[in-house]
Design a protein around this ligand. Sequence first.
Ligand code: HEM
Length: 149
Amino acid sequence: MKKVLSLFLALAVLTPVLPSLHAQESGKKETELETAMGKMNGAFRKLRRQITDASKNADSLDLVAKLRAAADESTKLIPALAAEKPEAERAAFVAAYKKQMQQFMASLAPLEAALKANDNAAAEKFVTELDGQKKKGHKEFKKPDEKKS
Ligand code: HEM
């Protein structure tokens, strides 16, 4: 009985700290930018799936708004790769990242206009362009081991 009780107590004490221990163990703590990018990913994946479906344009406009909010959040953050750049190059690297994020956000306006006009063929084209910008952004600003998505 005593054994069961101490096991129970040990579990009660350890359970809350286990997730953080696990994160430290795998050496992977999500950056703030990864969290913001994760939000962009959720909205963008759904948007891509339904972009040709005009009956979902109101919802698609909602997703574009979510994408914009998360992109705005991302623009204010700094890529982890910046810390690995020589100090003399760091400011230019961060400025280039912010500029590209701003370009990405500007590209959401024509997509929004196409959805409002129920022009889903044009909207599909703009989404493909955004995907290209995503790939370019990741190639230039993401750490190499995170380049999969
Ligand atoms: C539709 C557009 C985009 C989507 C869906 C997207 C999605 C993602 C995802 C899923 C991650 C990985 C998060 C994780 O590992 O938990 C990520 C990371 C990252 N993305 Fe994007 N991304 C987009 C556009 C961009 C653009 C335009 C840029 C740059 C101008 C960019 C720069 C980065 C960087 C630098 C990281 C690494 C995070 C860090 O350094 O902490 N992304 N993105």
